[in-house]
Design a protein around this ligand. Structure first.
Ligand code: SF4
Length: 460
């Protein structure tokens, strides 16, 4: 979501006449789009900001704009710590970036934070603003902003506001415009995509349309987006296990363009910890829905997020997480040691905090299990023919090309010819490691459809 906001900030400033430069020394304006999900992002941000103090005073008229979740959370604190910042905006007014830079160029600095998105204003969805896409063949499309859940460790509801779904026709119009500009992969994004459209159906009923059933509409949206001519792949992040419905799994199974990858955040395998986290499911329910997903969707890759050392987590709770992870046998996992985010419920559970050394030790033990599963899953793919979309040359070995499979796996492969980013190809998998696959090119498929130079564009 933050990366997508950054694309929109770049696009807004470019459409206002600015150009991207390669180094901060050449810039007149520095924009920092912040994230506050994890503590080290906070620390990095304030460190970067203090380094910019000299840059700002070296030349007249230089400006600094801070945006994003951390700006929404810290507000005036940012200017208290760094009074040389010109503009602070939050998560609900990204569209004001260019205007406020102009306003503050010769006037006073501004901190403008909105408490919530302004309903009926299409600019509240970042996809509705001009954008400068960083990847030419892929486009993020926001389908929903905010979150109505109350996960105890999460700052998102506080900084992104309540859940608001974007009307399906608007999403489709954007997807069709993206396809016309050469995009072949769409990634639908929202904090809890499985509940997408529940608010729209309730609003429609409240407006008198009793034919609309009060339920999420994500499955229907997946089918509609997946059917747009010219789309090769549809991805989505993130679904919440408590809201995973059979109709979504069926839509995944029956829509050929929807990829065989499900990011399915477990967080903990202990029912007691899941209850403390307010996740709304048990480990058993998680595993049974996972089994159903694997049964319904052929060749499904499953990835997850796990938090270790949540306040109150006992050794037994932790062992349950290890057991559930081993049983689930994930393709890959993002595991984190719990870090309290000020403003969340978990941050107040100080008397239940786990000894950091114990948390680190548990993290290392869990990592062994998660890595083992990843290797098993990757080895299963040796000898198979995978469709990849080319992402560029391998960063570690320039003799290899890097592609991404439908299951979201990185595949480095040898190719006798250079392939343009966005090309589709068939690659035979010859080897597997924890984080990637290796292979050799078998066949070049569809060429990329996008132009070489990325234009700043808007769907509206
Ligand atoms: S579902 Fe939970 S973890 Fe995800 S954004 Fe909402 S509150 Fe945060």
């Amino acid at each position: 979501m933050n990366e997508h906001d950054s694309e929109r900030l770049s696009g807004l400033l470019e459409s206002d006449g600015m150009t991207n430069v390669d180094s901060v020394g050449d810039a007149d304006v520095v924009v920092i789009n912040t994230c506050c999900i994890r503590e080290n992002a906070d620390d990095k941000f304030y460190g970067t900001l203090s380094q910019l103090k000299n840059w700002k005073t070296e030349k007249e008229d230089r400006q600094i704009l801070v945006a994003g979740c951390l700006a929404q959370k810290d507000r005036e604190l940012i200017r208290e710590k760094a009074p040389y910042v010109d503009v602070v905006i939050g998560t609900h007014n990204v569209h004001r970036a260019a205007e406020l830079l102009v306003e503050t160029r010769y006037g006073r600095p501004v901190t403008e934070i909105l408490e919530e998105a302004v309903l009926d204003d299409h600019t509240m969805f970042p996809s509705a603003l001009p954008m400068r896409r960083e990847v030419s063949y892929n486009a993020w499309v926001t389908i929903q902003i905010g979150c109505d859940n109350t996960c105890a460790y999460c700052i998102v509801p506080a900084v992104r506001g309540k859940e608001i779904s974007r009307p399906g026709d608007e999403i489709l119009a954007e997807v069709e415009a993206l396809v016309r500009s050469g995009v072949t992969q769409i990634s639908l994004i929202g904090q809890n995509v499985n509940s997408y459209g529940r608010d729209l159906s309730l609003n429609a009923r409240a407006a008198g349309d009793v034919t609309v059933k009060p339920k999420p509409q994500f499955a229907e949206l997946l089918r509609r987006v997946g059917a747009v001519s010219g789309i090769s792949r549809v991805r989505f992040v993130s679904p919440h296990p408590k809201d995973m419905r059979e109709d979504t799994l069926l839509a995944m199974a029956e829509t050929p363009t929807v990829v065989e990858h499900l990011h399915y955040p477990l967080q903990s395998g202990s029912d007691a910890v899941l209850a403390l986290m307010h996740r709304g499911y048990t480990a058993e329910r998680y595993l049974s829905r996972l089994a159903q997903a694997r049964e319904m969707i052929d060749d499904l890759a499953v990835t997850t997020d796990v938090i270790v050392g949540f306040p109150g987590e006992t050794e037994e709770d932790f062992l349950r997480t290890v057991e559930v992870c081993a049983e689930a046998c994930f393709d890959s996992a993002f595991s984190f040691i719990f870090s309290p985010r000020p403003g969340t419920q978990a941050a107040k559970m100080v008397d239940k905090f786990i000894d950091p050394a114990v948390a680190v030790e548990r993290y290392e033990r869990l990592k062994i299990v998660l890595d083992h599963s990843a290797v098993i899953k990757h080895r299963e793919r040796i000898g198979r023919l995978e469709e990849v979309v080319v992402e560029g040359m391998s960063k570690k070995n320039p003799d290899l090309t890097t592609g991404r499979t439908r299951q979201n796996k990185i595949l480095h492969f040898s190719s006798p010819q250079p392939l343009r980013v966005g090309t589709y190809a068939k690659v035979e998998v010859t080897d597997a490691a924890r984080f990637h696959l290796s292979g050799r090119l078998v066949e070049v498929g569809d060429a990329p459809k996008h132009k070489l130079r990325l234009a700043v564009s808007s769907a509206n």
